[in-house]
Design a protein around this ligand. Sequence first.
Ligand SMILES: Nc1nc2c(ncn2[C@@H]2O[C@H](COP(=O)(O)OP(=O)(O)OP(=O)(O)O)[C@@H](O)[C@H]2O)c(=O)[nH]1
Ligand SMILES: [Mg+2]
Length: 449
Amino acid sequence: MVARNDTIAAIATAPGRGGVAVIRVSGPDAFVVAERLTNKKPQVGRVQFVSFRGTDDRRQAPADPCGPLILDEGLLLSFKAPHSYTGEDVVEFQCHGGTVTPQRILAACLAAGARLARRGEFTERAFLNGKLALDQAESVLDLIDAKTERAADVALKGLTGQRDREAQTLYEQAIDISSEVEHALDIDEGELPESFLTSLAARVEELKDSLRSALVRAREGKILREGALVVLAGPPNAGKSSLMNALLGEHRAIVSEVAGTTRDSIEEWLDLDGWPVRLVDTAGLRETADAIEAEGVRRSERLIEKAAVVVELGSADAVRQPAADRREATITVVSKCDLLSASARRDATDSQRLFVSAKTGEGLDALKQAIVDKLVKRAEAFDEEQSMESRAAAYHEALSLLTSDAPAADLVLLGNALHRACEILGAEFGAVYSEDLLDRLFSRFCVGK
Ligand SMILES: Nc1nc2c(ncn2[C@@H]2O[C@H](COP(=O)(O)OP(=O)(O)OP(=O)(O)O)[C@@H](O)[C@H]2O)c(=O)[nH]1
Ligand SMILES: [Mg+2]
C-alpha cells in the first residue's frame, strides 16, 4: 500500500433518502475539481454558496443550447493541505440528499478528473499522512458502527488516543521494573537492600493488576464493538417470540398458540444498559418430521452454541438443564409466570430461575439485568474465548508471562519475562505496523470515509 498522488471522490453520507448529502474530494486536484463544478475559486475558511454544474460535454451538446446543466445548489467547504481530514487538499460539497443528486454530482467530479475512492481510502490517506494513528483510524470505524452510546464512548477513547496512552502507561510501568531488575543483576547480591525483593514483587503485582483491568476494558470493547449474541431458546410454545417482542417493546415476531410458529430465527438489535445485544428468537427445540421445522431446529442449536448468553425458557416443571459447557452462559427462565398458581410458584422457586411474564411485564427488568451481568462476567473471564482482538491478546500474553515464567525470586527469569512483556506492550502503541494489517483494516470502511 503506497500513498498515491491522485484525487479521489466519494459520497460520504449514507445512501437513501435524506435532507443533505456530502460529497468529499481529496487530493492535489481537489480545488480544480471544485472550480470546474461550481465555477468559483474555493476559499479556505469560508462556506460558499454555489450551484453545481454538470460536465462540459453536456454543456456543449447542441441539444442543450441553454448553457451548463445545473445539478443542484448547495455549499462548498474547502480545506488546504495539511489542515484537512486526510492531510491533503479537500473539498466537500453539501447538496440535497436522495438517490439521484449526489450520484450526479459524484459523476461530475469523476468527469472533472477525480477517481472513485476505494473503501476507507480517505481514512487510509489520513493515516499515511500522519493525521491519525492506527488505533485512531480503527476507532473511526468503531464510531461509525457504534450501536449504543457506550460503544461510541469506547470508540471515542480510541479516537482521542486514550487507548494508546493506556498501552504506553503499561509499557512504561514494565520498563521501570525491568530496568530495576537489570540493575540488580549487574551488582553483587550482597549490595541489594534487604527490602528489594519484597518491593519488587509488590511492583510486579501492581503491574499485573493494571494489565488485568486493561484486559477487561479491551474485552468489553470487543463486545461493545461487535455486539453480543443473546439467544432465546426453549421448546415450542414456551413464549420465546412473545418475550422477544416484550424485550424489544414492539411486535416484531409472530406469536400464536400453535406450537412451531417460529421456523427461522429472527434477529434485532437491542440496547441493554449500553451493551449492544443481537437478540435472536429461535424455532422451538423439538423432534419433528417436518423438514422445514427440522432445519429451523438445527439453526437454533447452532445459534445456542455460538451465543454469549442463552435465555432458556420453559414452564416451571420442564426447564431443561443447560449442557455443562453452556451453563455459565445460560439464564433459566420460567415463562408465562402469570399463569402459575401461588403454590406452583412456591414449588418452582429456586435462586437459579427467573420468573418472567411477557404478558404482564413481570421479571423483564430482572432478566435484562441478568443478561448484562453475564456480559460483564464474560468480559472479565480471561481464558475461555478463542478470538481475542490484538490488544486484548497482547495484554493477556504480557500478563501470563509475568504469571507463569517469573517467580519474583529468580531475577534472571523475571528479567526475561519483563523484557518480552515490554516488547509486546511497546508494539501496541509503537510504529510496528504490517501492511497486511493496514489493508485488512481499511477495507472494512465504507466508501467516503
Ligand atoms: N399468559 C401468558 N401467555 C403467554 C405469555 N407469553 C406467551 N404466551 C402465549 O403463549 C403462546 C405461545 O407464544 P409464542 O411467543 O408464540 O411462543 P414461542 O415459544 O415463540 O413458540 P414457537 O415459535 O412455536 O416455538 C401464545 O398463545 C402466547 O399468547 C405470557 O407471558 N403469559
Ligand atoms: Mg416463536
